[in-house]
Structures are given as structure tokens and as C-alpha cells.
Design a protein around this ligand. Structure first.
Ligand code: NAD
Ligand code: DAU
Length: 399
């Protein structure tokens, strides 16, 4: 397939359109749906459609005249520059990334390419576009376009490393200490964005968000994997002792936060986004299983919790993440609307109602991934020794 193929041509030129990258993935597709539902203006979605990108996620807006899909790579400098030139978006919202920590451990190359080179390519093109608006500035309209332009870089809390149980949550000044190849590649991209603001005056903003969950999440990530496996009576693989803590945020709340930052966020700033829902993995799996017991009473696998299987831990596994989102709440008035309980119930219900979607994404290459990631893991359990792994002192415990 040609990488610069525009599958639908729509005249989205004008100050109101936005260019989204990675909009066919989990958060990106939720964002596009939310954006169009909120009448946010035309969207151009540039996505390479890797294993994680699925046009089905956006089937409901495929015929919407405000939606344009472009199949292509963010590393394609010519394509990115052309899209900016042609569509003159008021913002770039950059989701495109390789996003799965386990995959980054088994094959870091694509993470460096997409997350670092891809972000660099986008920044370079965005700068060229932004500067071109300066040259045209005599026109009042262009001046307006230049004032409004934003580059919103969607990043992760994993750049901050890991927390001890008592440590305060990550805040915007927490030093970076990424521990996985994924986290390191995202940290690199954040630093590039920062440099483009500082050196070239690109009006960019960074958001660092905690673990998302909700509809359309690929079942390689904890929550959808547990739902999909439990429904089929397959083992629920819990890494190590299952006491690692994540801070869960319902994806639509993340999308709302991004819209808020885009409208009112200060250029050059970083905003942490999180749900204030710290849960151990075992707690999450237990809650998923209880919901399935309730919502699928006829299941022959009840109680689903019996399917839990402790397996060898993820190498370099971060112990705890927690986000302090007070800056976003105080400055921009954002608040998460979904509690973990209501969000998780909605999520389980969505997966139950969308079995065909799960089936579609878990055939073929997915099976190969499952064999590669889980095939070599032995049965493990509480105390399987991961804490003895050496770690660089700047990370854990320094905050
Ligand atoms: P995802 O893996 O579900 O989707 C990534 C999307 O990017 C896919 O549609 C894929 O096809 C596309 N893509 C990958 N490489 C590309 C390339 N070279 N060119 C164009 N498109 C490409 O990811 P997600 O979970 O939706 O995460 C989106 C963003 O949010 C990422 O930047 C991630 O780091 C960040 N983030 C994710 C979470 C989370 O919990 N999932 C939390 C915080 C931040
Ligand atoms: O914190 C934000 C990050 O959250 C995002 O930047 C990443 O893109 C996203 O993938 C997510 O990273 P995690 O590694 O935290 O998510 P994952 O769903 O892979 O794992 C969540 C926790 O569950 C983690 O401690 C590992 C554990 N786990 C995961 C899988 C897939 C298991 O115990 N068993 C599993 O099979």
C-alpha cells in the first residue's frame, strides 16, 4: 500500500481543522469520535495502521464530511509537510506511537523510529508550517492562524520512572527517569518537543497521562486482555506478585483533558493527567473478574478469578505510577468525570457488546504475539525475585 494514500479527499482547509496522528489507535480513535461529537471542526487523521491501528474504530464517522483519513507514516517528512500545507490545521494532536511496554522489551527498534524519529519529523514539519504563517502574516487571517496554532504532544507518566509505595505522586517537576525502552523513547520525544519550544518558539504543549482504559483498547494491554481471556476461559497472566500499582483513567476523560489543554493550555507547559485511581494489578483483575461474574452469569468459567495465573515478571517492571493532576484541575478546570468503578463497568459492558471487534483484532498476528510474549514465561507468583534487579539510583525513591 502506498504510504501517502489519501483515502478520502475533503477540503478541510481553514483555521478550524486539526491534524491528528495515530487516530486509528485506542486513545486517538476515542479522541476523534469525541472531537467530532463535540463539533470540534474537521479532523485529518494520519495513521500508518500498524497492528494497533484499526479503521473499524472510526467506522461510525468514515462517511462524515468533516473526517479525512490519510494512510501514512509520521516518519514520511514530505507527506507530513504536504498535509500541513494543504489542510492548514489549527493544531497537531500527536498520538502516533508504539505504545506497548512488553513489545518494546522484545523489539525496541520500531519504538525508537516512530516515537523519536517520527516526533522529530513532525516537529520539523510543524515548525516549517508555523514559520510560513509568519511570512504571510500581513494578512489578518494568517496572523490569526499563527496565534491559534498548537502542537499538542500526547505523552505518558512512564517517563518519570517508578515510585516507592510512600512516595508522592508524579508532578510536572518530577525528574525524568524512564526505565523501559518504550518509556525512554517517549521521554526522548518529550525532550525534543521541549527543545522545539525553547529554541524555535514552536507553540507546543505536552501532556503526561497515566494508564488509560476503555473502548477500543487493543487486548494486549492489561484490562482488555483480562476480559478477552476470561471470556474464553484462558489463563489470566499476572506478572510477578501482581502488586504493581497503576493510576487508571477512563479514556474519554483523557480525551476531554486534551480538548481542554488544546483550548486553554499555556504554550510551553506540561500538564499531568490522571484519574486518582491507584490500584494494584491484582485489584484490577479481581474487579474485572467480579464484573464478568455478574454480567455473564451463565459463564461456565465462573468464578473468573480462578483463571488467574502468576507468571514470570516483566523485566525492569516499574512498581508504581501515580499522577498528581492538580495543575490541570486548578489552572484549566478539568476534572475526571468517571470513577474507576463506573468506568470499568462501562468498559466491560463495551467488550461484551463488541465481541466481533475483539475477534477481528485477535486473529492472525495477535496469536503470534501471545505465543512470543507469554510462551516463555514460567509460572511465577508473589516473591519471584524481581525486586533484586539492579536499577539506576536517580529513579525510585528520589521523589
Ligand atoms: P495505540 O498503540 O493504541 O495506537 C497507536 C496508533 O499510532 C495506531 O493507530 C498506530 O497505527 C499508529 N502509528 C504507529 N506508528 C505510526 C507511524 N509511524 N506513523 C503513523 N501512525 C503510527 O496507542 P494508544 O494507547 O492509543 O496511545 C496513544 C498515545 O498516547 C501514545 O503516544 C502513547 O504513548 C500515549 N499514552 C498512552 C497511554 C495508555 O494508557 N494507552 C497513557 C498515556 C499516554
Ligand atoms: O502509564 C501509562 C502507560 O500505560 C502508557 O504510556 C502505555 O502506552 C500503556 O501501555 C500503559 O503501560 P503499562 O505497561 O502500565 O500497561 P499494561 O496494560 O501493559 O500493563 C499494566 C500493568 O499490568 C503492568 O504493571 C503490567 C501488568 N500486566 C500486563 C499484562 C499485559 C500483567 O500483569 N499481565 C499482563 O498480561
Amino acid at each position: 500500500m502506498r504510504s501517502d494514500q489519501t483515502t478520502k479527499k475533503v477540503a478541510s482547509n481553514g483555521a478550524d481543522s486539526i491534524l491528528v496522528t495515530g487516530g486509528a489507535g485506542f486513545i486517538g480513535s476515542n479522541f476523534v469520535l469525541d472531537w467530532l461529537a463535540a463539533d470540534g471542526g474537521p479532523v485529518v487523521n494520519l495513521d500508518k495502521l500498524t497492528y494497533a491501528g484499526n479503521p473499524e474504530n472510526l467506522a461510525s464517522v468514515a462517511a462524515n464530511s468533516k473526517y479525512t483519513f490519510v494512510h501514512g507514516d509520521i516518519c514520511d517528512a514530505e507527506l507530513v509537510a504536504r498535509l500541513l500545507r494543504e489542510h492548514r490545521p489549527r493544531a497537531v494532536v500527536h498520538f502516533a506511537a508504539e505504545s506497548h511496554v512488553d513489545r518494546s522489551i522484545l523489539g525496541p527498534e520500531t519504538f525508537l523510529r516512530t516515537n523519536i524519529d517520527g516526533t522529530f519529523t513532525l516537529l520539523r514539519a510543524a515548525r516549517g508550517y508555523y514559520d510560513s504563517l509568519a511570512e504571510e502574516e500581513e494578512e489578518e487571517e494568517e496572523e490569526e492562524e499563527r496565534k491559534r496554532f498548537r502542537f499538542l504532544h500526547v505523552s505518558t507518566d512512564e517517563v518519570y520512572g517508578t515510585l516507592t509505595p510512600e512516595a508522592p505522586a508524579f508532578h510536572e517537576e518530577t525528574p525524568y527517569a524512564p526505565n523501559s525502552p518504550y518509556a525512554a523513547s517517549k521521554a526522548s520525544s518529550d525532550h525534543l518537543v521541549r527543545a522545539w519550544v525553547h529554541t524555535y518558539g514552536l507553540p507546543a504543549i505536552i501532556t503526561n497521562c497515566s494508564n488509560n482504559y476503555g473502548p477500543y483498547q487493543f487486548p494486549e494491554k492489561l484490562i482488555p486482555l483480562m476480559i478477552a481471556n476470561a471470556l474464553q476461559g484462558k489463563a489470566l497472566p499476572v506478572y510477578g506478585d501482581g502488586q504493581q500499582v497503576r493510576d487508571w483513567l477512563y479514556v474519554v476523560d483523557h480525551c476531554r483533558a486534551l480538548r481542554t489543554v488544546l483550548e486553554r493550555g499555556r504554550v510551553g507547559e506540561t500538564y499531568n493527567v490522571g484519574g486518582g485511581n491507584q490500584r494494584s494489578n491484582l485489584e484490577v483483575v479481581t474487579t474485572v473478574c467480579a464484573l464478568l461474574d455478574e454480567l455473564v452469569p451463565e459463564s461456565k468459567f465462573r468464578p473468573h478469578l480462578q483463571l488467574v495465573k502468576y507468571v514470570t515478571d516483566r523485566p525492569g517492571h516499574d512498581r508504581r505510577y501515580a499522577i498528581d493532576a492538580r495543575k490541570l484541575e486548578r489552572e484549566l478546570g478539568w476534572r475526571a468525570q468517571e470513577s474507576f468503578e463506573t468506568g470499568l463497568r462501562k468498559t466491560v459492558e463495551w467488550y461484551l457488546a463488541n465481541a466481533a471487534w475483539v475477534e477481528g483484532v485477535t486473529s492472525g498476528a495477535y496469536q503470534q504475539w501471545v505465543r512470543q510474549n507469554y510462551g516463555g514465561r514460567e509460572a511465577g507468583g508473589p516473591g519471584d525475585g524481581v525486586e533484586e534487579r539492579p536499577t539506576i539510583a536517580a529513579g525510585e525513591g528520589s521523589r
